[in-house]
Design a binder for this molecule. Structure first.
Ligand SMILES: *Cc1c(COP(=O)(O)O)cnc(C)c1O
Length: 392
């Protein structure tokens, strides 16, 4: 392992802090390292592996698609792209899909769409408002929308025309919004920002404010979407309909794909305005199609509601038991445990005990299991958390 890590450090740019294990394979909700040690995976590739690992149907359909065609280019029509887009449109309030390769790119597309739409009303209508503590990606547009100093400071100047408001504080947004605002972008549950859930009434007020200012409401569902919170899109639990939604992470069940969805009237990006070589290629859209069919037609979403409620319940019992826990919050299979002490030692201990979890900021442990997780697996996860928190 030492030699392998040295080689990794020699050849790969050091942009990630890594744990000292090499993942070699996965099955269901479990991952296995170089010594064949199993880990119950409550990270799921950071909310990516919706159907867990080695899912029979996903693997089979991908193998078959590889033998047909993996990539052509967006100069030609391909069936899986149409099928995936149709599923997204038929099961959402949106009419048009743009496919890309990541969450960052989905937000980048949304930002460009919002600016073009804004300019069609008034040349000065280009302001984009996002929230403090948000995360929307690391390219210049999406980084400019990411309201966190630590991600921006080394790379300034950022893109002009971005302003920030306090999350869950409508007065703060009212103070920033103007006739120049072309869009407000936010996550209904801030993921990287520590699993902070928007207030129901706040979201309604944000929607109203956007309408009053002819600003698009963009909801970044890169992490919360694809069934994770117990509905295909998390925004539907807030009784609002955004104008634009962005997806990625869980959409491809492990393959890199992002998507921006919008209503017909805002689908202003035309030929030559935007594009990407790989976006929505037949392989990744086959994955998205399978994931969507499992969620909708096989009703995996109903299963998420069931196990999600169970997880919430078990976590609230753990909260009562463990004085180290400050608060548990989230929806469905996106849960955050805020600790009174730094989360990193707990995360490392969980790994030793054969369980993977993710941090979000210094004090929060994030649970983002594959959506196929079962109740016995949740019981096991709670046992491990209980043990680790008792020891630290
Ligand atoms: C992860 C994430 C992104 C960025 O997605 P990438 O695929 O890493 O580019 C954007 N928004 C949210 C809410 C995310 O969680």
């Amino acid at each position: 392992m030492k030699h392998y890590m040295d080689e990794s450090n020699q050849y790969i740019m050091n942009t990630y802090g890594r744990f000292e294990i090499e993942i070699q394979k996965g099955e269901g909700c479990y991952l296995y390292d170089q010594n064949d040690k199993g880990y119950l995976d409550l990270c799921a590739g950071i909310a990516v592996n919706t159907l867990g690992y080695n899912h029979a149907r996903l693997s089979q359909e991908l193998k078959s698609q590889i033998e047909h065609i993996m990539h052509t280019s967006n100069y030609y029509y391909t069936r899986p792209q149409v099928e995936a887009a149709k599923l997204l449109v038929e099961h959402s309030p949106f009419d048009k899909v743009f496919f890309c390769n990541s969450g960052t790119e989905a937000n980048e597309a949304a930002i460009k769409l919002a600016r073009k739409h804004g300019k069609s009303i008034d040349q000065e209508k280009y302001q984009i408002i996002s929230m403090h503590n948000s995360f929307h990606g690391r390219s210049y547009g999406s980084l400019s929308a990411t309201g966190q100093e630590k991600y921006q400071s080394a790379f300034t100047p950022i893109v002009p025309g971005f302003d920030y408001a306090k999350f869950n504080d409508i007065e703060s947004l009212k103070g920033v919004v103007s006739h120049k605002t072309c869009a407000v972008i936010l996550e209904v549950i801030q993921g990287e920002g520590g699993v902070q859930v928007a207030d129901y009434h706040y979201m309604k007020q944000v929607r109203k404010l956007c309408d009053e200012h002819q600003a698009l409401l963009i909801i970044d569902e890169v992490q919360t979407g694809m069934g994770r919170c117990g509905s295909l899109f998390a925004f539907s639990q807030f009784s609002i309909v955004p104008d634009v939604v962005t997806l990625a992470k869980g959409l491809g069940g492990g393959l890199p794909i992002g998507a921006m969805l919008c209503k017909e009237e805002f689908a202003v990006l035309g030929r030559g305005d935007h594009g990407t070589t790989f976006g929505g290629n037949p392989l990744v859209t086959t994955a998205a199609k399978v994931v969507l069919e499992e969620l909708i037609k096989k009703d995996l979403i109903a299963q998420v509601q069931l196990v999600g409620a169970y997880l919430e319940n078990q976590l609230s019992m753990l909260e009562v038991e463990c004085p180290m826990i400050k608060e548990v919050r989230g929806k469905g299979l996106m849960q955050g445990i805020e600790l009174k002490c730094p989360a990193q030692p707990i995360i490392a201990k969980c790994l030793e005990e054969g369980m993977l979890v993710v941090g979000a900021g210094e004090y929060v442990i994030r649970l983002l299991p594959p959506l196929i997780i079962t109740i016995p697996e949740i019981d096991k996860a709670i046992q491990i958390l209980e043990k680790v928190m008792g020891e630290v």
